[in-house]
Design a protein around this ligand. Structure first.
Ligand SMILES: [Zn+2]
Length: 364
């Protein structure tokens, strides 16, 4: 299955399926209910947070032919809704300013804007990555925004509002989309896999969610990619796909750390370095690993905290490792590892911060 499929196939089609942007959904749906639609909206926020999906849903709801008063969801069945869903609507025009500077589109739009909508009430222009419009495109856009025909609505989406002209910003109603929580991403991935009848390990999904940094689209693409190479979505496959340092590798390192074998530890770090691993990322993962060990040390009954991110087998392994050391060692190690985190920006050799931390830990 090609990896684009998931985010297209499971793209939210109505407001109730937009994840984690509750206040935005509330404001927009209230505006629809009260018939207070603005002429220009700006949706800002990191990639994959639902800006374009929300723009399309808003466009559908506004133009839906079957939507009753006191309803705000698009029906997704009428001619207008299905045209928008299939990208063939004459009333809803979408273009990406990143692929071209937009001047041709905006000029065409100027002409096109004079023609009234065909099916729906409004003509809606969705412009993705709007900050990349050229100066002349901006000029043309501004002209329309200054005196927009009654039936025109703009929805500008951007990851970088700072780069937009103030004159544009002052004419739009702005909504800031935030990164999605790991929980929400995991839930969505779970629901996709259940519908697709694909087996998975929960910790694998958590890792994908973390790696996608709050962006649903990235998470869904990564999931799609993984399902093309493996029948089951396991933590191991995800770790290998991401190319990060897997938990097992970190577990080996911590074994040596507990033995305080400096020579082996230095060799280990050099090995990671020569194999192109990002040592700053390694340090972060190591700190996280030690934190899990600390949790086990405080009480084995706390392992429910770990179940979201680690497989049961791995938690068992962690418990065995915890038996070999004491809570002070773990606590002290975390402190020393945190201490060197800031060094990465100032040293030329990326091994040094970790080597310093190793000596601090083992010589204590
Ligand atoms: Zn409809």
């Amino acid at each position: 299955m090609p990896n684009v499929v998931f985010y297209r196939k499971y793209r939210p089609q109505d407001f109730s399926n937009i994840q984690d942007q509750d206040s935005i959904v509330k404001t927009l749906t209230n505006a629809i209910l009260n018939n207070k639609i603005a002429h220009a909206y700006l949706f800002t926020g990191p990639r994959g947070t639902g800006k374009t999906s929300t723009a399309r849903i808003l466009a559908k709801a506004i133009n839906c032919l079957d939507r009753k008063d006191k309803e705000f969801e698009p029906c997704n069945k009428c001619q207008s809704c299905t045209d928008i869903n299939s990208g063939s609507s004459l009333d809803v025009v979408e273009f990406d300013a990143a692929t071209n500077t937009g001047i041709d589109e905006i000029r065409a739009l100027q002409d096109n804007a004079k023609i009234k909508p065909v099916n729906g009430k409004y003509k809606i222009y969705i412009i993705d990555e709007a900050h990349q419009l050229s100066k002349s495109a901006y000029g043309a856009l501004l002209k329309i925004l200054e005196e927009p025909p009654e039936y025109i609505i703009f929805i500008l989406a951007t990851t970088d509002p700072e780069k937009m002209l103030k004159t544009i910003l002052s004419r739009v109603q702005r909504f800031d989309f935030k990164k999605l929580s790991i929980d929400k991403i995991v839930k969505k991935l779970e629901s996709i896999l259940k519908k697709e009848k694909i087996e998975y390990e929960l910790p694998a999904l958590t890792l994908i969610a973390k790696e996608s940094d709050g962006g649903m689209r990235d998470a869904e693409s990564m999931l799609g990619q993984i399902t093309t190479i493996s029948k089951k979505v396991t933590l191991e496959v995800v770790e290998n796909t991401i190319g990060g340092i897997g938990q097992n590798k970190i577990a080996d390192f911590v074994d040596i750390l507990i033995e305080k074998d400096n020579m082996e530890l230095f060799k280990y770090v050099d090995d990671l370095d020569s194999n192109g691993y990002n040592l700053e990322e390694f340090l972060k993962s190591l700190i996280e690993y030690m934190q899990n060990l600390l949790i086990i040390k405080v009480s084995e009954k706390l392992d429910s905290i770990l179940k979201k991110e680690l497989s049961n087998d791995f938690i068992l392994k962690l418990k065995k490792q915890a038996e070999k050391t004491d809570i002070n060692f773990v606590k002290n190690s975390i402190k020393k590892l945190l201490d060197v985190q800031g060094y990465f920006n100032v040293v030329l050799n990326q091994r040094l911060p970790i080597e310093m931390a190793i000596l601090e830990i083992t010589q204590d």
